[in-house]
Design a binder for this molecule. Structure first.
Ligand code: NDP
Length: 295
């Protein structure tokens, strides 16, 4: 039995961060200032706090300026919108990231809409989603852009390949499908109402699973030789020792004998997301400074 390759997202992300750091050094030399990333964190959610801390550390490690704006859960929507407006006009800030989810009393869509699209390094603003959908230059959501980078690194030209994306969220599934289409794949999006998902996944040369259901995509669903990108992050508790662990949306152990290559969870897509965020911030800084897009 042949076993597929495990794609090392951690190593790829480290390489991308190094490349970004080189780009930052060149930017500083050209402009005399560091690219700046502003991260807005509302409330005390422990997972969000960890993400924000990691983002801050990696931003600084890449040579950029990290600005953190922590606000209490009780902040009103108007005050949050005022903060976004300030950051839109702050010359030190090239990228604005509002850590989601926001408290229930705040309209997430309104907050995203308030971000200057030129600083929208998460790529969630409708101007950027519209540009992506129409094939124009855009700031693209970090997770799906990271997935495309891994796929192109593994497969080279994706043109003509059959791709199935499981999940249709605005932050992963839909932009993922748009990126695969832009690479000339034949794209199918499956979701919770899709009938006979197993046979649809079985058609694919490329499977991207972004569902949020532990090991939902079974090994036997995968066409032999397909490449699988597992975006899912699911915490499960082992019945035997009662310990928690993180698994993806794909039953990796089963899938390994079917795939050409697969991303592991953890250590696959996860590390790419922050690396691409840094890359998007560098791209936004270049555009704001009137410089050509970095390599
Ligand atoms: P959402 O909950 O927003 O979307 C999940 C999607 O999966 C929906 O489109 C839903 O369909 C679909 N779905 C749910 N159940 C099924 C089913 N039984 N069969 C087929 N499709 C189904 O999740 P996200 O897109 O935000 O995230 C997906 C996963 O990726 C999560 O595990 C999340 O933690 C992870 N993630 C990882 C990141 C990383 O950095 N590695 C970054 C972002 C997310 P419908 O629309 O019909 O409800």
């Amino acid at each position: 039995m042949t076993i597929g390759k495990i794609i090392d997202g951690k190593a790829f992300a480290a390489g991308l961060r190094d490349k970004v750091a080189d780009g930052v050094a060149a930017f500083v030399e050209q402009t005399g200032r560091k690219p700046g990333l502003a991260v807005v964190l509302v409330g005390e959610d422990p997972a969000s706090s960890v993400y924000v801390r990691n983002k801050g550390k990696m931003t600084v490690a890449a040579g950029m300026e990290s600005l953190e704006f922590k606000r209490p859960d009780s902040i009103g929507e108007d005050d949050l919108l005022d903060l976004i407006e300030e950051l839109n006009h702050d010359d030190r800030v090239d990228g604005i990231l509002v850590q989601l989810p926001l408290p229930r009393h705040i309209d997430e869509a309104a907050v995203i809409a308030a971000i200057d699209p030129a600083k929208d390094v998460d790529g969630f603003h409708v101007v950027n989603t519209g540009r992506l959908a129409t094939g124009q230059e855009a700031l693209v959501p970090c997770t799906p852009l990271g997935c495309i980078m891994l796929l192109k690194d593994e497969l080279g030209d994706l043109s003509g390949m059959e791709a199935v994306v499981v999940g249709r969220s605005n932050i992963v599934g839909k932009p993922m499908a748009a990126l695969l289409l832009a690479e000339n794949c034949t794209v199918t999006i499956a979701h919770s109402r899709t009938r006979d998902i197993a046979s649809i996944v079985h058609r694919a040369d490329i499977v991207v699973a972004a569902v949020g259901r532990a090991e939902m995509v079974k090994g036997e669903w995968i066409k032999p030789g397909a490449t699988v990108i597992d975006v899912g992050i699911n915490r499960v508790v082992d019945t035997e020792d009662g310990k928690g662990r993180i698994v993806g949306d794909v039953a990796t152990a089963e899938a390994l004998s079917h795939v050409r290559a697969i991303t592991p969870v953890p250590g696959g897509v996860g590390p790419m997301t922050i690396a691409v965020l840094l890359r998007n911030t560098l791209v936004a800084a270049h555009a704001r400074a009137g410089l050509a897009k970095p390599e």
